[in-house]
Ligand binder design. Sequence first.
Ligand code: B4P
Length: 190
Amino acid sequence: MKNIVLFGPPGSGKGTQAEVLKEKYNLKHISTGDVFRYNIKNETDLGKLAKSYMDHGDLVPDEVTINMLEAEVEKNSDAHGFIFDGFPRTESQADALDQFLAKKGMSINGMVALEVSEDLLIKRLLNRGKTSGRIDDQDESKIRNRFNEYQTKTAILQEYYAKQNKYFGVNGVGSIEDITERISKVIDDL
Ligand code: B4P
């Protein structure tokens, strides 16, 4: 069983790569962003709460996100392993994930981090915002707030996983296929 955390700043291609990797390695892909967007679309209470944060580019509170992630894992107890995309995003989320997996006799094998410059990320996100309808992609100040959230709350997780010898940085610039190949080299060795 392989459990991978796909990591990187907003727009670095986590969701794009997870779509390919889940097929290649037969893993269950859990994107906390996608689960929130599904709830927003269906106007659930969780969706209404998440929207009030996501539309501004803020992180959704830990407690809500952790409970939601655990429920998604429980729903897929027959999976051969997981790709966690966009989770954890804070140290509390990382602690909660480690504890939750340990109770199940599981652990994270590695964190694969996509490295892309901020200028390129802004271009990608504004470009997606033209067609995706995502409010958080349409305005440069909201995108900058997402980077700020990343720098202040999320980037620290590089060290968190490096201390466990589980951090693997990958160049996230290039064709989608080339990047998949770079990530695969890491996953194959885990
Ligand atoms: P997410 O849905 O996780 O998404 P993201 O960071 O915007 O993007 P991702 O890295 O997946 O990039 P993608 O492949 O789509 O988060 C959205 C929000 O949800 C957060 O701001 C937060 O509010 C909330 N949230 C989610 N998880 C949370 C958590 N754990 N705790 C608290 N809050 C949470 O790619 C982006 C664009 O780049 C696409 O248009 C794609 O086509 C393009 N692209 C991808 N790869 C490319 C390449 N190689 N070259 C050129 N373009 C590429």
